[in-house]
Design a protein around this ligand. Structure first.
Ligand code: ADP
Ligand code: MG
Length: 941
């Protein structure tokens, strides 16, 4: 169907829809069923069995399968060759048990991964694009995938087009279709039918899915959705990208690989050492001792592979993303969670993010007089009082107020309770309220009244690069161009000023204007100049905005208050304590910006350095580079400047988060390490380019997200500390057994491993894995926001991590080995000696988990603050004791029951290493603290 060659009414008829009412809900629902969701190739969700199978590819699982195979082979040998039935059954049990433990672990992992995936999907749904659609005579915002052919949609600058459309109305509408045509300039759109033979790029009355509205607004009817759109036709070319691994995932992955290589070397050396020893002592290798050696080798393999790390890692990151979303910060990818934690600069827009965006004009200058405006909020009641105490003359401001509302698209309306509500651009709303206080209203001016006839001819909306808005009107047959905008931008374009109805040279007025402007700005007011110009009909119809915005006559100047948000001050303080630099970026005047920055604590005094857009234009990159680290306020900048600021900060190795809400901000959001978009007032384009979406548009949410990012990273380090310590302890206790026990002790022969492979497996996959997951849910340690941001490039083993792991793992491994030897010397059986070692390890770890969860020591956190952890530890402790008591597990794991006093003894003794190390550290820490506080005391004396 060649929609572009038909006229609008034919199309509406064809699609059986109405320009006035749109489709009704029932019909829309029917069409949705018929055409399917408006999306490109339905995303395939991975079936559960595939996800389960995936977990079997891990190297550890492969080793375990080999172990199972070996156990079964040894069982077969015993059955058919040696005839040792009992031994054979033991091997079979062992094989079964390995499989069981692997299944339990896969079950836990699978469940966690599934839950994580579900929350990620839920987050993705929250990020859905929306579209304004006419349904049953009402304009609604619906998720873009619910769009159906025949829907009437309305778009404005900053929106995405979500289906193929035929335009019905286009005002100053410009669209970027580069994704389809490669043409990067925006295309002007219109509504007239065009020739059938027209190429896609020239079909000016069509809008195509995936395009961006860069200017103006329009209404269109949807002619195709989903795979039927032009984008759908080529979408085979752009299949979605694989899930990217986050930096920490990558480094943990490479760490695991290194550990695996080390494990491999250790195993080879161990087996080699044992075999050579055998050969030298006995002259041959018996099947039995070979079995013993391979049992030890398997135990070491199991002990040394940090199998849980990658899985736990992605799950902890997901938990983090979910936690952020519940605090109104929606991240796009898991790596943003991590990056947020290492953010060093947050560059935020002022208006609406740092301020309330509830604007009100409090002062203005017109006809050479300054007036103070009374009244509250949006209620259009309030007197104008002349600042010099003289009589007010409405003639002073009549024309100025008319222009202020005519060059304006905002409105105020009373709600049911007679409270006035704002609609539209907040700056413009403040002007509407101002004029309404004198009974001047746009609607009434535009009404035909016979004596005075005013019509709007064209609108050039405000844009933050031009910093002006212009409207062309026809008034009683004459044409005027009305311009309002930033005073310093308007000033050079102005030639005359209107004083007492007379046009005077601007020279005579400019001193007063300049003085008033600085005075307003110094009081933290946002300033706007209002001007007009009479033009020809020809210019009215055809001139561009830059042709119209010159030779202006000045009418007046307003000062608008935009109160800072109260909570922001607190957030700025918290971030500053956390060594995160808060930077304000605004299109407002430098004075206004400084005044507000000071109120928010971003700068300490009004003497602080401010860089303006003009300064930026004149500065070289090298000059900017020198000042960029210390500058906290950028004023009168355009969105394009943001990219330069980001680039220079990044050149200093800073991690930069940057907010943006308008369409021109999208490139800066992409360039930033964390692009931040506003969920409520932001454009779809910025939401798409962002890494973090503030669902409540609040600056405080950024601060909370940074805190979450840090917490999550800390949790990751905590569980890695824990996992690695376990691994070191296990490997060490086994190796000590191989190398130090050179002859039989009591009933224990020298080839007996300190721990059976299944014991190690139990520790890694059951008793240790639940507490590890639980660490991911920990809340922030009290001082995460008192530290410096983490250096993103630093290795995870840096900052004493390696030392800490080796020390604690080493002591723990030594204890486990000592427990084993002690039991053997007391004459306990092999199984009992191994059980003693096993429980020393389990409880040693369960105590240690409380140490691992603090960057400092065990004593620095309330041990019961994480209820999941308490549960996990309780479960691990109970189940680990149970497996030493139940005959089934005695059989398969090689455990044996111990006496009551022994259990109690183990629980107490296994606490010693953790308490001792933590205790020493705490004491040393306290001492160095008193030392340093003494130093500061000396300093202040
Ligand atoms: P910010 O978003 O940082 O507040 P803007 O780009 O919105 O900066 O505004 C920059 C300047 O442009 C303001 O200080 C004001 O002088 C002018 N301005 C803002 N909004 C409008 C508007 N709707 N019409 C005309 N001028 C405006
Ligand atoms: Mg703005």
């Amino acid at each position: 169907m060649k929609w572009y060659s038909q006229n609008a009414s034919t199309i509406l008829q064809q699609l059986d829809t109405s320009r006035i009412a749109g489709l009704d809900e029932a019909e829309a629902k029917r069409r949705l069923e018929q055409h399917g969701l408006n999306e490109l190739t339905a995303k395939e969700t991975e079936p559960a069995w595939k996800m389960l199978l995936k977990s079997f590819k891990e190297p550890l699982i492969v080793i375990l399968l080999i172990a199972t195979g070996l156990a079964l082979a040894s069982a077969a040998y015993d059955f058919f060759v040696s005839g040792d039935q009992a031994h054979a059954m033991a091997s079979v049990y062992e094989a079964v048990a390995i499989v069981l433990i692997v299944l339990i672990n896969s079950g836990i992992t699978f469940h966690q991964t599934r839950t994580a995936q579900k929350s990620l999907d839920a987050l993705a749904d929250m990020r859905q694009h929306h579209m304004k659609v006419l349904r049953g005579s009402n304009w609604l915002s619906i998720p873009a995938d619910h769009l159906v052919p025949g829907d009437i949609v309305s778009v404005k600058s900053g929106d995405f087009i979500e289906g193929d459309l035929r335009w019905l109305k286009a005002s100053e509408l410009q669209i970027n279709e580069s994704h389809l045509t490669g043409e990067s300039d925006a295309i002007d759109k219109s509504v007239e039918p065009i020739d059938e033979e027209t190429e896609l790029g020239d079909r000016t009355n069509m809008g195509y899915s995936g395009s961006m509205v860069v200017n103006g607004n329009g209404i269109g009817v949807v002619v195709a959705t989903g795979m039927d759109t032009e984008l759908g036709k080529i979408s085979g070319l752009m299949q979605d990208i694989d899930d990217q691994k986050t930096p920490i995932e990558k480094s943990v992955y490479s760490l695991s690989q290194k550990l695996m290589i080390i494990a491999g070397i250790i195993i080879v050396i161990t087996i080699g050492y044992d075999l050579v020893k055998q050969l030298i002592q006995v002259g041959s290798i018996s099947m039995d001792s070979f079995g013993g050696i391979s049992a030890t080798a398997i135990a070491i393999a199991v002990a040394s592979i940090p199998d849980a790390m990658p899985v736990v890692l992605s799950i902890v990151l997901t938990i983090g993303a979910k936690m952020m979303a519940s605090q109104k910060g929606l991240v796009k990818s898991l790596s943003s969670v991590e990056t947020l934690g290492s953010t060093t600069y947050i560059a935020s827009d002022k208006t609406g993010t740092l301020t309330k965006n509830e604007m009100a004009v409090t002062r203005f200058l017109a006809n050479g007089q300054i007036y103070n405006v009374e009244g509250n909020g949006y209620t259009p009641i309030g007197d104008f009082i002349r600042a010099d105490g003289g009589d007010t003359h409405s003639a002073d401001y009549q024309r100025f107020l008319e222009v202020a509302v005519l060059n304006n698209e905002a409105e105020i309306k009373p709600d049911d309770k007679q409270n006035w509500r704002p609609f539209g651009n907040p700056t413009d709303v403040s002007l509407v309220v101002l004029a309404a206080k004198q009974g001047i209203k746009r609607d009434e001016l535009l009404e035909d009244k016979g004596d005075r006839d005013i019509d709007i001819v064209r609108i050039f909306p405000f844009d933050s690069t031009r910093k002006m808005m212009t409207v062309v009107i026809k008034e009683n047959g004459r044409y005027f161009s009305l311009t309002k905008g930033a005073p310093d931008v308007i000033k050079p374009l102005t030639e005359l000023a209107l004083i007492d109805g007379q046009k005077v040279d601007i020279q005579n007025a400019s001193a007063t204007i300049e003085e008033s402007m600085l005075e307003f700005a110094n009081d933290a007011l946002r300033t706007i100049s209002i001007a007009q110009r009479e033009i020809t009909k020809e210019a009215a119809l055809n001139a561009s905005s830059s042709e119209l915005e010159q030779h202006l006559s000045f009418l007046g100047l307003v000062g608008i208050i935009d109160p800072p948000r109260e909570e922001v001050r607190q957030s700025v303080k918290k971030l500053t304590d956390a060594s995160v630099n808060v930077v304000m970026i605004t299109g407002d005047h430098a004075m206004t910006a400084k005044a507000i920055a000071k109120q928010l604590g971003i700068i300490q005094s009004k003497d602080a350095d401010v860089i303006t857009g003009r300064d930026l234009e004149e500065m070289s990159d090298a000059q900017l580079s020198k000042r960029v680290l210390d500058t906290r306020v950028y004023a009168r900048v355009t969105p394009e400047h943001k990219q330069r600021i980001i680039k220079q900060l990044q050149a200093h190795e800073q991690v930069v988060a940057m907010t943006g809400d308008g369409i021109n901000d999208a490139p800066a959001l992409k360039a930033a390490d964390i692009g931040i978009a506003m969920g409520i007032n932001g454009t779809e384009v910025t939401k798409d380019a962002a890494d973090l979406i503030l669902l409540d548009d609040q600056f405080t949410t950024i601060e909370k997200s940074v805190e979450s990012g840090r917490t999550i990273f800390a949790n990751i380090l905590n569980f890695m500390r824990h996992e690695l310590t376990t691994n070191v302890a296990e490997v060490l206790s086994l190796l000590l057994g191989v190398f130090l026990i050179t002859s039989s002790i009591g009933q224990v022969t020298e080839v007996t491993p300190t721990l059976t492979a299944l014991m190690v497996l139990w520790v890694n996959m059951v008793s240790d894995s639940l507490p590890s997951f639980a660490l991911g849910y920990d809340e922030a340690e009290s001082d995460v926001m008192k530290q410096r941001p983490r250096d993103a490039k630093q290795s995870i083993l840096a900052n004493g991590m390696l030392k800490r792991v080796l020390l604690r793992g080493g002591v723990m491994g030594g204890m486990v080995f000592a427990a084993f030897v002690w039991a053997a010397m007391q004459g306990y059986s092999v199984a009992q000696s191994q059980t003693l070692a096993f429980l020393t390890l389990v409880f040693g770890q369960l105590w240690h988990v409380y140490d691992a969860r603090s960057v400092k020591t065990l004593f620095d956190r309330n041990p019961f603050s994480n209820s999941r952890l308490t549960l996990a530890v309780g479960f691990a402790a109970t189940s680990s004791i149970l497996v030493t008591l139940m005959p089934f597990f005695n059989n398969v794991m090689g455990t044996a029951p111990l006496s009551m006093p022994m259990y109690v003894g183990i629980i107490i003794i296994s606490a010693i290493p953790t308490f001792a190390i933590s205790g020493i550290k705490k004491l040393v820490g306290m001492k160095s603290q008193t030392d340093s506080s003494q130093l500061t005391q000396l300093d202040s004396e």
